[in-house]
Design a protein around this ligand. Structure first.
Ligand code: NAD
Ligand code: UDX
Length: 464
């Protein structure tokens, strides 16, 4: 029976996942460890409103469990040694160097974890892949653990995480399913059952699926590819709607009522972002190519190509509409996070739209309710499209949305934050240069209302 859990990686997955396990399993001690001292300090901070990750409901869960059976620490060795089960929840970004650059998943952090576990462990452990990994990664982990270990027994399980940011706590409390892949040996099945027993504390057994390791690893990549594909499919239709006079919202509703299609993930947008979709599809494409499956690779790559096109065409449309030049014009950017209810900006469409506008020498005033100034500049500077000084000169981060829009020629809505819907748009309009343009990249706002006020409107996927 698992009584002591260690989770390596206190990020967007490790933090919330372990907090919910601790909440639902008071008899299990859960220690989340990370190399990043600042992150751990923030998890241990006095002010629960300032945890390193913003997720609705997370602060309450952490407040209930921290110090009871949930602990955050940088002492990785100690937590590994004490644990019966170790979750590996470290980042697996796209490789930025060497073979597979720009496509394959970089597994260096995973390998480091495996080596550390092998070095430190003095008793039998269940090692659980929580990170999203290429199919057959468990093989490499087994090799490291079995060849450099201290003669202890390691069972490797795959337990991919399906939570979405912004709804992480609700997703974890009530998951559609939990997936556990294990070796089809007697010991492998016993280990999988022990993990099933942890989730059974709050998830109905029928929703806990067990498979072989490779199916579990590949299911995670497949789920993300299918979800992203739906977004690219509706986004492809959004462009067609705009030129034909159709309304993508109406089309989505009409097709989503077909029970074979379903209503979810049919919201047209300025493009999907987040740390997972692009990374996981590129990884899938790389794997398919490495097996010589070029048609399979090309099929999935198109999802990314369309997404890049969507972000670019949104930015070009702004430039075109503002009389083909935005140089020296002020554009208010509403929303920087990749979706609402998160402070995460990884691969956010806002970064790429802003970059295109800055290439045209626009001045940007950015407002996001949860993203801070340092993050916005870090995102822009990372692209290396222009010097840090130029970014500082052209971009202002403003804590008040009304101030951000004051004096602007146009507004671009890039994240679907609920609060944007209840702004006093008349007041905003009055403070702007005329004609005042609004480009709604999330089909969020009431265009009729905005037009009545006087705005010149554009909404993704809405033809005239
Ligand atoms: P993250 O970058 O937020 O967190 C990863 C953490 O691991 C970092 O804090 C880093 O310092 C730490 N770390 C890296 N190497 C370490 C080591 N050797 N020892 C200790 N700590 C180490 O990443 P994330 O968003 O939590 O994603 C983690 C994994 O989960 C990825 O594989 C991702 O694809 C997958 N995933 C993410 C989501 C999501 O919504 N973010 C959802 C499902 C799956
Ligand atoms: C995704 C998967 O949903 C989740 O299961 C996996 O574990 C991690 O990756 P996440 O990236 O956190 O989760 O958020 P998600 O809700 O999937 O949104 C991803 C992106 O797609 C966001 O930028 C979102 O705005 C966009 N999106 C989503 C759309 O543009 N339209 C939609 O209909 C749905």
């Amino acid at each position: 029976m698992i009584k002591n859990i260690c989770c390596i990686g206190a990020g967007y997955v490790g933090g919330p996942t372990m907090a919910v396990i601790a909440l639902k399993s008071p008899h299990i001690k859960v220690t989340v460890v990370d190399l990043n001292q600042e992150r751990i300090d923030a998890w241990n901070g006095e002010d629960f409103e300032k945890l390193p990750i913003y997720e609705p409901g997370l602060a309450e869960v952490v407040e209930k469990c921290r110090g009871r059976n949930l602990f955050f620490s940088t002492d990785v060795d100690k937590a590994i040694d004490e644990a019966d089960a170790i979750f590996i929840s470290v980042n697996t970004p796209t490789k930025t160097y060497g073979v597979g650059k720009g496509m394959a998943a970089d597994l260096k952090y995973i390998e480091l974890c495996a080596r550390q576990i092998a070095r430190v462990a003095t008793s039998d452990k269940i090692v659980i892949e929580k990170s999203t990994l290429p199919v057959r990664t468990a093989e490499a982990i087994v090799n490291i653990l079995k060849n450099t270990g201290n003669g202890v027994d390691f069972q490797i399980l795959s337990n991919p995480e399906f939570l979405a940011e912004g709804t992480a706590v609700a997703d974890l409390m009530n998951p559609d399913r939990v997936l556990i892949g294990g070796e089809q040996t007697e010991n492998g099945k016993k280990a999988a059952q022990q993990l099933v027993d942890v989730y059974k504390n709050w998830v109905p057994e029928a929703n806990i699926l067990t498979t072989n390791v490779w199916s579990s690893e590949l299911s995670k990549l497949t789920a993300n590819a299918f979800l992203a594909q739906r977004v690219s499919s509706i986004n492809a239709m959004s462009e067609l709607c705009e030129v034909t006079g159709a309304d993508v919202g109406e089309v989505a509703k009409a097709i989503g009522t077909d029970s074979r299609i379903g209503p979810k993930f049919l919201k047209a947008s300025v493009g999907f972002g987040g740390s997972c979709f692009q990374k996981d599809i590129l990884n899938l494409v790389y794997i398919a190519k490495s097996y010589g499956l070029d048609e399979v690779a090309d099929y999935w790559e198109q999802v990314i190509i369309l997404n890049d096109h969507q972000k670019r065409r949104f930015a070009s449309n702004i430039v075109k509409t503002l009389f083909n030049t935005v140089s020296g014009k002020e554009i208010a950017i509403l929303g920087w996070a990749f979706k609402k209810d998160t402070n995460d900006t990884r691969e956010s469409a806002a970064i790429y739209v802003a970059d295109e506008l800055l290439n045209e020498r626009a001045s940007l005033k950015v407002y996001d309710p949860k993203v801070n100034k340092e993050r916005v500049f870090a995102d822009l500077n990372y692209l290396e499209s222009r010097s840090k000084e130029e970014n500082t000169e052209l971009v202002n981060i403003i804590g008040d949305p009304y101030e951000a829009c004051k004096g602007a020629h146009a507004i671009a809505v890039l994240t679907e934050w609920d609060e944007f819907k209840s702004f006093d748009w008349r007041m905003i309009y009055e403070g702007m240069k005329k004609p005042a343009f609004i480009f709604d990249g999330r089909a969020l706002l009431d265009l009729e209302e905005l037009s009545k006020i006087g705005f010149v409107t554009y909404s993704i996927g809405k033809g005239n």
